[in-house]
Design a protein around this ligand. Structure first.
Ligand SMILES: *Cc1c(COP(=O)(O)O)cnc(C)c1O
Length: 395
């Protein structure tokens, strides 16, 4: 079905195709680790103080690089939140790790840090932090735990580009961290990602693993006269076609963030009923969301909504049960609006049922509640324009 208002529409900054053309015609290099790769990696290193950045084909691949870098051995344990994307856990499962699942907080999908310490055993190797919705999870407490127990801390910051905890950029705190530039994220290149190395011990191996297990980067820098197989690795480089596209987005990063903030605040003001004078999202659209909500739950104040701001990656409503959520989804669908729920808790997945049946038996009530009751509303740069067209509103 075609929706008048889709859930997401990939943003185009304007210069994407010019830069791709530049890479193809002027620079003559379209494979990875070229001019635009350097430009983007430098941008991130300078703007956020990341020690070293490696652009990858996806955040999933960056997580797989992290798992190789940590030398995860069969049977070692990695602690991850259950309410997250598959790749947060799968990257470590691929190396034979046992995945230990932590519940979410009661009021927010991020993990409950007080539950972690009792899960640490002799076999624990790493803890993975996820910043859901680009909102900082208790990363400093996790860092203290990692230091106390001599564990690695990985940040899956897939949704958290340009998010901060006080003054610290998310992605700069863990030993390693990963970002996504998938088309659903704030800035994107279709598919893409990045591994950030904050601990200098990992830089050299990260470069080998990135370059298919070879020391080819050193060869290109003229440091050695031939390159060879020196480590595990895979094809993790992001093509310059994608990176040129990404550069156009980075140039407009602040504009993208400002727009998302406006939309996010409009939603927040509307649902909190405090300041009902939305200028950025048409009133008709917001009223439509609210009227449909009333039809489903009667009393709108029974539905809670996202209050923590991060980088305005997403905005969610939280229903009392899954049936209400489903009825609301259908109401909106009839009006041409696509709203979608999010993760199914990983400890309840078919894979875990078979691979770690004892984890499948666990009850993680908060994570399960977010799986059943959370609903994300459309949030993308061009949102009002689309609405104006489809609902006959003039901006
Ligand atoms: C989007 C996302 C990923 C996966 O990113 P890809 O670039 O699609 O591999 C991983 N973890 C989280 C938390 C995400 O939101």
């Amino acid at each position: 079905m075609d929706y008048a208002i889709p859930f997401n529409k990939p943003f185009l900054a304007g210069n994407e195709f010019a830069y791709i053309q530049d890479a193809a015609e002027n620079l003559g290099k379209l494979s990875g680790n070229g001019y635009y790769t350097n430009k983007c990696q430098n941008f991130f290193e300078e703007r956020y103080g990341f020690l070293r950045c490696f652009l990858t084909t996806s955040c999933t691949d960056a997580l797989e690089m992290a798992a190789i870098l940590l030398d995860i051995q069969e049977g070692e344990e990695v602690i991850v939140p259950s309410f997250t994307f598959v790749s947060t856990a799968n990257a470590f499962a691929l190396r034979g790790a046992k995945i230990i699942f932590v519940d979410s907080q009661e009021g927010f999908p991020n993990l409950e840090v007080s539950k972690i310490e009792s899960m640490i055993t002799q076999k624990t190797k790493a803890i993975v932090a996820v910043h859901y919705a680009g909102v900082a999870c208790p990363i400093l407490e996790m860092k203290a735990l990692a230091e106390k127990h001599d564990l690695y801390l990985i940040e899956d910051a897939a949704q958290a580009i340009n998010s901060f905890l006080e003054d610290q950029p998310l992605g700069s705190i863990g030993h390693l961290s990963t970002f996504s530039f998938h088309e659903t994220k704030n800035i994107h290149c279709g598919e893409g990602g990045m591994l950030v190395v904050n601990d200098p011990r990992f830089i050299q191996r990260a470069e080998f693993i990135w370059e298919k297990g070879t020391n080819r980067s050193a060869f290109f820098r003229g440091e050695i006269d031939k390159y060879s197989w020196v480590d595990l690795g895979s094809s993790f480089l992001l093509s310059e076609i994608n990176v040129a596209f990404l550069w156009a987005q980075l140039e407009k990063l602040d504009e993208i963030q400002a727009r998302r903030k406006q939309i996010w605040e409009d939603y927040q003001n509307w649902f909190s009923g405090e300041k009902r004078d939305p200028v950025l999202l048409p009133k008709v659209y917001l009223e439509l969301l609210e009227t449909s909500l009333k039809e489903v739950v009667g009393d709108v104040s029974k539905v809670s909504f996202q209050k923590d701001e991060g980088n305005f990656h997403l905005f969610y409503l939280l229903f009392e049960n899954a049936d209400q959520r489903q009825t609301y989804i259908e109401q909106l669908r009839r009006k041409g609006i696509l709203a979608v729920f999010h993760y199914q808790s990983l400890h309840k997945s078919a894979f875990i049922a078979q691979a770690q049946p004892e984890s499948f038996q666990q009850s993680l009530p908060n994570a399960e509640k977010f799986s059943d009751c959370l609903l994300r509303l459309p949030l993308f740069y061009d949102l009002p324009k689309e609405i104006s067209k489809e609902f006959g509103i003039k901006n």
